[in-house]
Design a binder for this molecule. Structure first.
Ligand SMILES: *[C@@H]1O[C@H](CO)[C@@H](O)[C@H](O)[C@H]1NC(C)=O
Ligand SMILES: *[C@@H]1O[C@H](CO)[C@@H](O)[C@H](O)[C@H]1NC(C)=O
Length: 198
């Protein structure tokens, strides 16, 4: 028969183990992932910079972290720099890692920038995989190169052509005015000389 004292000790031990194991259980990594399109203007055949930030808000390091973005199909985008499939061995608790890629849209039109997916091990011992999805940049409009050129390129050539074409229209009246002015001044001068002689 257990005494009350032994029972109390056992209860204490059990509750201690309980608290301890719960503490251990709480030691997990938790990743927040953001995906940002950094360009203000999206133009066909021009570089677009995409930035991923992984922030470990958990209390343990995340290991075997795999960032995967399937949101840029190869028929619509060319990969210029950086990998859309990235692996990080370990992200400590409280740390951020960033990754950037440069892509180039091959066509124009409306495009839905979707979320990237991150897989990771939230605890080091257990063989479980956690999946996190990034924020979604959402819908954007990729303008065609022709449209961009029309709107934003400096119209130097256009202006030059306009100036050359409009030159005769401006020059002819000027010449007329110039000749008549000189002629009038000549007459005026002759008249004045004549008057002074008289
Ligand atoms: C990580 O990023 C978050 C959110 O941007 C920020 O609050 C935090 O201070 C950053 N931590 C470090 C270590 O840079
Ligand atoms: C964009 O994609 C997300 C995720 O796939 C979807 O929930 C959303 O409805 C889409 N938006 C449009 C306008 O297609």
């Amino acid at each position: 028969m257990y005494s009350l004292k032994t029972l109390l000790v056992f209860t204490l031990i059990y509750s201690f183990i309980g608290v301890y194991s719960q503490k251990k259980e709480d030691q997990r990594a938790r990743l927040l992932v953001s995906k940002q399109v950094l360009n203000k203007l999206l133009v066909q055949d021009s570089d677009i910079l995409v930035k991923y930030t992984i922030y470990n808000v958990g209390s343990a390091p995340a290991t075997n972290v795999i960032l995967q973005d399937n949101g840029f199909p190869t028929e619509a985008f060319a990969s210029v720099k950086g990998n859309l499939n990235m692996r990080f061995k370990r992200i400590p608790a409280g740390a951020n890692v960033t990754h950037a890629v440069v892509i180039r849209p091959l066509t124009w039109g409306r495009f839905n920038f979707s979320a990237a997916i991150v897989q990771y091990k939230p605890t080091e011992n257990v063989q479980e995989t956690q999946i996190a999805t990034s924020s979604e940049p959402g819908e954007g409009y990729i303008i065609s190169y022709a449209e961009y050129d029309k709107k934003f390129s400096p119209h130097v050539l256009d202006w030059l052509a306009f100036a050359i074409m409009s030159l005769p229209a401006v020059a002819a009246p000027f010449m007329l005015w110039w000749f008549s002015k000189s002629k009038y001044e000549l007459i005026l001068k002759q008249k004045r000389e004549k008057a002074s002689k008289d």
